[in-house]
Every structure is written in structure tokens, then in C-alpha cells.
Write a protein that binds this ligand. Sequence first.
Ligand SMILES: Nc1ncnc2c1ncn2[C@@H]1O[C@H](COP(=O)(O)OP(=O)(O)OP(=O)(O)O)[C@@H](O)[C@H]1O
Length: 344
Amino acid sequence: MGVEVRTEGVTKSFGSQRIWQDVSITLPSGEVSALLGPSGTGKSVFLKSLIGLLRPERGSIFIDGTDIMTCSNKELYEIRKLFGVLFQDGALFGSMNLYDNIAFPLREHTKKTESEIRRVVMEKLELTGLLGAENKLPGEISGGMRKRAGLARALVLDPQIILVDEPDSGLDPVRTSYLAQLLLNINAQIDATILIVTHNINLARTVPDNIGMLFRRQLVMFGPREVLLTSEEPVVKQFLNGRMIGPIGMSEEKDEAQMAREQALVDAGHHHGGAEEIEGIIAQMKAEPGMPARQAVFRRQARVREIIHTLPHAAQVAIQESLSESDDTLVMRLAATRVSSGME
Ligand SMILES: Nc1ncnc2c1ncn2[C@@H]1O[C@H](COP(=O)(O)OP(=O)(O)OP(=O)(O)O)[C@@H](O)[C@H]1O
């Protein structure tokens, strides 16, 4: 199972520019979480901080219980091996073909023989639908293929934590859904803790078990998906519906006068930019049939049953509905198993 990632009161600035402050978040082991936020709110900076590529000036970052803010370089080196990271552009070496790109971490960090390396690389190429493309250079393939190659490379060291930076950037909506499906399948297969950083609304609504949002240098909220998806917070509603009306502006900050001017325009019939208002919750994508059951689903159910009384009412109702649906599914599955095994 993947390991827990927990930050406590982390604060990051570049010079006098504060990016975010006092961010405390727990990514439950083996579950898929997403961190949303408008452009420039520091989502990528957060992701890089988790792996120790950037160093916040305050706070703690516990990876499987070890604080990477205070641990030795040797410990940090070992901890980094737990991670697989898919950067926005795949971060492939342009002069190496896909095979060598994907083999790179194995050659750098393990003593595997070339034939063992070949077995792992071919397995990951197959998993990401890239068999046959191994001799191509990154510049010769589409953006979607580069993403999948980046994912294949992120998987070769059997990571327990997978960080994914904007999986949809440069991809059309269909390819984004395929990549989302691939991430859920991988979660079902290896039970890794996954954090997706994104501003893609569809991904946010359909993929993660847990969702958080960064805005105005704060973590606005983080919790089971039902909490954010039923939230009445203006910033969350605006973001999830992609409209101009609300606290998020072109350069993030928007003052009261600007908000009033925009509201007046919309009241007068001007389009707010959002394509549709979605109320409530869209069903979560599942791992494909034939995959192992996602263990995260069962763990999350047990977890939310424990904390449900602490959540807002709308989230409680949505969680109750999803729990009773999954209880019904379980009863049906058990009944089907009994019938097929001749127990009834
Ligand atoms: N190494 C760096 N040095 C100085 N400033 C940086 C550095 N990295 C990021 N920043 C700044 O931190 C802020 C947050 O950047 P970041 O890329 O994390 O935002 P983001 O939320 O991921 O945005 P997007 O969704 O557009 O990718 C930006 O203002 C950026 O200029």
C-alpha cells in the first residue's frame, strides 16, 4: 500500500512573494487526491516541495512518518525513491528514445541487468499503451504519448507515491479522460498514494477520492470529494463552474467594486463564461473491469464513516447516498457470488 503524506503548517515564499502559508494536509495512504486552484496559486510549488525539490521556510512534511524538512540528505535520497513524478510536459530527455527514457531511473538507481530492465520497461510500455513506440524520440510523438511515456517512467521504480502535475495540460478532453482512467487503473493495481495537481474541472469532479483547493495563499479546504463538490463557498462554486462571477479574477485577486461591476454586467445579460452549472455530485470514475478492486475505496469508506459527523450537512447527505449505494452493490455482489458458487 502507498504511504501517507502529511504536511503541517508549511509556508513557502520566493523572496518577498508569499506563495502559500500554513498548509496542513494529509493525503491518505493509497487514495487518490487532487489539489485544485487557479493558475499561479502555487500548486506546482506544493508538489515540488513534497519531494524536496523546493524547500518551504516553515513547517513539516512527513513522508511515511519521516520529516523531509529535517532529515539528512541520505534519508531524503531514500525517500525520493518512494516517489514517481509525472511533470507537466513529461520531462523526457529529448535526445533519448522512449525506451531509454523509461529505462533511465532503473539504470541510475538500481543494479538491475539490462534484461531485467527490458522486462520492466516493456511492462510499463504495455501498461501505458506505448508498445511499438519505444524507438521514437519525444519530439516525434504527440503530447498525449509524451504524457504516457512520462507516466511509464514514473512507474518503473514501483513508487508508493505518484505525483501528477496537470495531467490534462496539452491534451484534448478525450485523451485527458483516458489518462484519468489509466491513473485509476494504476491505483487499483499498485495501491499507490496519488496526488493530482490540476485546474481541470472534469478531472476534479470524476477522479479523486479527496479534493483540496488553494486560493489566496491558503488551503481553502481539503477532504473527501463530497465536501468540495457540495460546497457553497463562492470561490469553490466559481471554480467548479468555470465562470467569471466570483472572487477569482484574471490575476487572482478581485476587489468588491470589480465583483459588483461584473455582477451588474451578468444581470444585464452578459455571459459569465461558464458553460453549465452543475449542482451536486457526478459519479466517480472506477478502475476498469478486470482490474483488481481499488483498496482505497474500502479504506476511504471506513474513514469517512468515522468522520462523517464532522462534515457539512450537504457532504454528509452525499456520502450517506454513496455509502448506501456501495452497500447495495456489495449485497448484490455477495448474492451473485453465493448463486454462482451454488450456496443458495
Ligand atoms: N523557482 C521559482 N522561483 C521564483 N518564483 C517561482 C518559482 N517557482 C514558481 N514560482 C512562482 O510561484 C508562483 C506559483 O507558481 P506555480 O507554478 O506553483 O503555480 P500553479 O498553481 O501550479 O499555476 P498553473 O496552474 O498556472 O501551473 C508563481 O507566481 C511563480 O512565478
